[in-house]
Design a protein around this ligand. Structure first.
Ligand code: NAD
Length: 304
């Protein structure tokens, strides 16, 4: 089976590619390397340096004729999507339509797409389930959800099956510590360098941190089962930002205090999500505890 992974040089995409190769899938990667790294490219995958917005994208699909597409390529910065919503929409909406057009043209069986907790806005209740109202407060939230409408449309028009995974906060090796979303990566790098990290607000904001290899497992399940439609992929575990720092300090046997600073405008106070739907229907739940995931992540940043 051949799987085409867009964004396969990025954080999440490269882990999915590695797992696919381990499982003997034939893998094609499309990435414009705007945020991904050549070093993350699996040597056993075929790589095309290409923008998903490029009209000639379809040529790669016609040449490679993948059975499945895992569409990870995206503009991932929430603040940038507010500063420049047109650029966000061009990549995340128009680029995704370009991917869908190419996929439909060559008869791809199923496309797997990562949506995000950003589509829910400030939670109305917790844990967030798939029926939670959508109140996007950023261009990124809007663009990520808009593609779910297109996925429905391509399924109705062309029988292109889809899975949209709504991930909570993903962490793990290769995450960019310069990104505003990568709190785990930032804390790991700061503490390893014996520096105090910033905490915005009181540090009691709750998050749901899921390990990237569990995300890769969910993607494999989507290829190997009749999973179809919209599913949360998350841990349903509540970890405060302060607890996260304590966990990392403990593993490193350090006691580095944070620097508290004012809350960031637009930050969601508390968010964690329920994985009941995917668990009840497919028996899937994340396998990696936060301590195990943090240990593996720290090993990576130590070596880096
Ligand atoms: N990291 C998270 O916590 C999280 C949570 C929910 C959803 N997601 C989604 O998961 C996907 C992967 O996110 P990530 O954290 O690995 O980000 P990432 O930036 O590491 O990966 C995205 C990849 O897409 C590539 N890319 C960007 N624009 C492109 C374009 N126009 N053409 C071709 N390639 C392009 C980048 O070079 C990069 O390699 C994204 O769609 C993101 O919205 C991430």
């Amino acid at each position: 089976m051949k799987v085409l992974v867009t964004g396969g040089a990025g954080f999440i995409g490269s882990h999915i590619v590695d797992m696919l190769i381990e499982k003997n899938y034939s893998v094609v990667i499309i990435d414009n390397l705007s945020h991904g790294k050549k070093a993350y490219l699996n040597k056993n995958a075929v790589f095309y340096e290409k923008d998903i917005c490029d009209k000639s994208l379809v040529d790669i699909f016609e040449k490679e004729r993948p059975d499945f597409v895992i569409h990870n390529a995206a503009q991932i910065s929430v603040p940038n999507s507010i500063l420049d919503p047109i650029n966000d929409a061009n990549i995340n909406i128009i680029g995704s339509i370009n991917v869908l057009e190419a996929a439909a043209k060559v008869g791809v069986k199923k496309i797997i797409y990562p949506a995000s907790a950003a589509i829910f806005g400030e939670p109305k209740y917790l844990p967030i389930d798939e029926a939670h109202p959508l109140e996007m407060v950023s261009g990124y939230g809007v663009s990520k959800h808009t593609v779910e409408h297109y996925l429905n449309m391509y399924k109705a028009l062309y029988n292109l099956d889809f899975v949209s995974f709504r991930y909570s906060n993903v962490y793990g090796p290769r995450q960019d510590s310069s990104g505003e979303g990568g709190v785990v990566a930032i804390f790991c790098e700061k503490l390893l360098g014996n520096e105090s990290p910033f905490i915005y607000g009181d540090g009691l904001q709750i998050r749901d941190f899921i390990y990237v290899k569990d995300i890769a497992l969910a993607n494999i399940l989507a290829l190997e089962s009749n999973l179809s439609g919209i599913y949360n992929v998350c841990t349903n575990e509540q970890v405060t930002v302060k607890q996260l720092l304590t966990h990392i300090n403990c593993i490193l046997n350090k006691q580095i205090a944070p620097i508290y600073t004012s809350e960031r405008k637009g930050d969601i106070k508390n968010s964690y999500m329920s994985y009941d739907k995917i668990y009840k229907q497919f028996g899937f739940k994340p396998m990696t505890s936060i301590s195990e995931g943090l240990k593996e992540t720290l090993e990576y940043y130590k070596q880096k």
